[in-house]
Write a protein that binds this ligand. Structure first.
Ligand SMILES: C[S@@+](CC[C@H](N)C(=O)[O-])C[C@H]1O[C@@H](n2cnc3c(N)ncnc32)[C@H](O)[C@@H]1O
Length: 392
């Protein structure tokens, strides 16, 4: 059977009416923008961004500018990171903003192009690319002030990062394996309200990028937002705390996600947890308890938890037993590729209006300092809780 004739390439529509307008705050209302302490200096910032590969992709530039403005407006704490730097065009913009915001930009790349180990599976047909760069040339372009370069193959290179919070993470490394690894590493470390931007999702040029994002966000509370830039980036903003409506000595839960941050979750926590942090809370030691109060007569309620298991950074299958009154109600499974996600347990009927204690028993704990000698954290970490809800 004859193949259909190839379609002629459609030329890039760059003229009116296809050309996008710049955001008004950067031109018509620029004075008002500056009076409000505007961060962006349009002419200076655009120059480095369009040095080579980003010419024409001005929508991408404006999205970064608006994201930085929103981070300042919302007061989102944390550093900036980019996985996939190449020649430093987007990295240069991140570094500039980090200087103005008093943060650090962490820039990760092999600085020698794709690694052969990543050119497998869905990316088996891709060729080695982006080797025409070097750490020295990027350093010269981007500068060193408020900037840290982390050279090497990711995720192994993540050992060069401190345990950190991020307000904005840009993942631009095209291939399934490093994008998946980048999402697994940075998502839990993203500050509430922080931006996570992944390049190449909807361009139809990088199947691995699209699949890595779809796989990762399939079980997360946040959904992706497509952006109208040249290579089809997507973005999410990390979910923030949801207020609990009914206060009390024992925890009450609703069908909305309650993020395990700040005061929202403190009243649910029994023994076996470390201090609540800005992203959630680590369970420590052999058992961690949640104390819930279910509505009178409630039965077959499904508890959903967004959880992460510390020991699941080591090979093999790892388990957490979920118990109610010493009776097992679920066994949750984790592994290196699935050490974070939503897990469910059907709760037995509780005493009407009374307390139900859920006990999570990880089969093993992990002390970060034993696993990675650059770390000083010696807590015996079990299962981390990021968010919890009763499914409707
Ligand atoms: C498209 S380029 C980045 C372009 C850059 N963000 C820009 O817009 O100017 C992709 C980069 O990802 C890097 N990369 C891909 N896989 C990687 C991995 N496993 N570890 C580190 N860097 C990787 C490549 O070396 C390459 O420089």
């Amino acid at each position: 059977m004859a193949l259909p004739a190839p379609q002629p390439l459609r030329p890039r529509p760059t003229q009116w009416p296809y050309r996008a307008d710049p955001p008004q705050r950067y031109w018509g209302n620029y004075e008002r923008y500056q009076q409000r302490g505007g961060l962006v200096d349009l002419d200076a910032d655009i120059a480095g961004f369009v040095g080579h590969g980003n010419v024409g992709d001005i929508a991408r530039f404006y999205f970064f500018c608006l994201a930085f403005d929103q981070i300042c407006k919302d007061g989102i704490a944390g550093d900036l990171a980019e996985l996939g730097v190449y020649r430093g065009e987007t990295a240069g913009l991140l570094a500039r903003m980090a200087r103005r915001m008093g943060r650090t930009a962490w820039l990760l790349d092999t600085f020698a192009g794709f690694d052969a180990a990543d050119l497998t599976g869905i990316d088996g047909g891709q060729s080695k690319q982006f080797a025409d760069t070097s750490l020295e040339t990027v350093r010269a372009l981007v500068g060193e002030d408020s900037t840290r370069f982390v050279a090497g193959h990711f995720p192994a290179s993540a050992t060069g990062l401190p345990e950190n919070r991020y307000c904005l993470v840009h993942i631009d490394c095209d291939l399934y394996a490093p994008i998946s690894a980048g999402l697994s590493y940075f998502y839990p470390r993203l500050a509430p309200g922080g931006f996570l931007i992944v390049h190449d999702y909807s361009s139809l040029a990088w199947e691995g990028a699209e699949k890595a994002v779809d796989d990762f966000f399939a079980d997360k509370p946040e959904a992706i937002m497509p952006l109208p830039d040249g290579c089809g980036s997507v973005a999410i903003r990390k979910a923030r705390s949801v207020a609990i409506t009914e206060a009390g000595a024992l925890g009450s839960l609703g069908s909305s996600w309650t993020l395990a941050q700040g005061d929202a979750v403190r009243h649910l926590l029994g023994p076996g947890w470390s201090g609540v942090e800005s992203w959630g809370v680590w369970g420590v030691g052999p058992a961690h308890e949640l104390r819930l109060r279910l509505a009178a007569g409630a039965s077959d309620r499904v508890l959903e938890c967004d959880v992460e298991l510390a020991v699941a950074v080591t090979p093999g299958e790892h388990f957490v037993d979920v118990m109610v009154a010493d009776r097992p109600v679920a066994r949750w499974q984790f592994s290196v590729g699935a050490n974070r996600g939503i897990r469910r347990a059907v709760l037995p009927p509780g005493p009407p209006g009374g307390e139900m204690v859920l006990r999570f028993r990880p089969q093993a704990t992990l002390r970060p300092c034993d696993h990675d000698r650059t770390k000083t954290d010696n807590r015996p970490l079990g299962m981390a809780l990021h968010a919890v809800r009763l499914a409707a």
